[in-house]
Write a protein that binds this ligand. Structure first.
Ligand code: ARG
Length: 377
């Protein structure tokens, strides 16, 4: 009897502790210090991003402050290729000359392959993001009269080929004021440094991809004070390469967004000091009651519509100039990030009682899907 229960116990123990390594092998979840194969990876500085990525994917909990890992050898170059990575692709090619139309570009990234913030866990009043946080963030670059590229809007990667942004970032005054939208920058962190590093870890260089075409929503017009239909898609001339620092976000799925729920904005927009931020910033803010928000903006002659969301409204906590086109995001209970809004406009920035206005992604899900399939030909 006793032997039997001991057996059951050790069986349970084995089940609890057994795990699958990122390479698909069955192994044990042990303290990092008990796994020489992975511990030795720390000897190289700076740590290559492929190693960090592998270590993170090997993690299976903590023992106090010490991470536990699903112990197994680091992959060799060949093994590291497509296996198990949510962002892997068998069709991906590094050859930039060959760039066929891929069917998967006609849809937002599938739900099991998007919104994975590899990170474990200052916009106006915001904070620095981590190097690898929000890997779907894109910067839109405009070519000025002097031939310089200036980055003035944000966006998010929804699959390898398309960036979702605001209509006012791809059409109208912005092109007269700044120049033509020519390029998209992915995997950026600090626009002022060539290689972005933090704590001895360096990100891959950003991917600069020329713009093939931009598709603002046909309902958008600068004449409309409410900025309705402020949404657009940018098609990249080359497909983005997914990596630890470049990944797609999910589009909002089911679930209501109740007033006061915590959401995030991120971007390189203007901060309290009046300048745009070189470093990608983030800010957590609550969604704002839509009726109250509509009442506020009505006093300015802007009649907000159903397809807009308001968020913020506290002093010095807001998106601002340069953040346009960037996402309003939330993290689902399963840990997946989804885009729920697009930075559209506000009344100044960070004024108490004046929330920012965002285009609701849920309201345009069908538009996004039909545009992706219609333009990916
Ligand atoms: N329209 C601005 C831009 O071009 C961003 C507006 C966001 N403003 C705000 N107060 N939430 O970048």
């Amino acid at each position: 009897m006793e032997i039997k229960s001991l057996l059951v116990l050790s069986l349970i123990w084995a089940l609890v502790d057994s795990c699958t390594t990122p390479l698909g092998e069955t192994s044990q979840c042990v303290s990092l210090y008990d796994c020489p194969a992975l511990l030795s990876a720390f000897e190289h500085r700076p740590l290559p991003s492929s190693v960090i990525s592998f270590l993170k994917r090997s993690s299976c909990g903590f023992e106090g402050y010490v991470p536990r890992v699903c112990c197994g050898p680091l992959p060799t170059q060949d093994e590291e290729q497509p296996t198990q990575r949510p962002w892997s692709s068998t069709t991906e090619s590094n050859n930039n000359d060959v760039d066929p139309v891929e069917d998967e570009d006609s849809y937002p990234a599938p739900r099991d392959q998007c919104g994975v913030d590899t990170n474990g866990d200052r916009i106006y009043g915001g904070q620095f993001t981590d190097l690898d946080e929000f890997p779907w963030m894109a910067l839109l670059g405009y070519k000025t009269a002097s031939g310089r590229i200036t980055y003035q809007c944000g966006g998010v990667l929804v699959n390898r080929r398309y960036v979702l942004t605001a209509a006012h970032c791809v059409t109208g005054a912005i092109e007269q004021q700044l120049g033509t939208l020519v390029t998209v920058r992915l995997g950026e962190y600090d626009t002022q440094t060539e290689v972005d590093c933090s704590d001895g870890v360096c990100a891959d260089p950003p991917q600069n991809i020329p713009v093939a075409a931009a598709y603002p929503h046909s309902g958008y017009s600068e004449k409309n004070k409410n900025r309705r239909d402020d949404i657009g898609l940018v098609r990249l001339a080359r497909r983005a390469r997914y990596s630890y620092y470049v990944q797609p976000i999910c589009l909002v799925g089911n679930g209501r967004i109740s007033d006061g729920s915590d959401v995030y904005v991120a971007g390189w927009g203007k901060t309290l000091n009046g300048k745009s931020s070189p470093v990608k910033l983030k800010l957590s803010l609550p969604t704002f009651n839509k009726n109250q928000c509509a009442q506020k903006y009505r006093t300015l002659g802007a009649e907000l519509i159903e397809k807009q969301i308001c968020a913020g409204g506290s002093f010095a906590e807001d998106a601002c100039r340069g953040d346009s086109g960037g996402p309003l995001m939330r993290k689902r209970p399963e840990g997946i990030w989804e885009s729920i809004g697009i930075v559209s406009f506000g009344y100044g920035c960070g004024r108490e009682g004046w929330p920012g206005v965002y285009t609701s992604v849920a309201a345009y899900n069908d538009w996004i899907k039909s545009k992706l399939s219609a333009t990916n030909v």
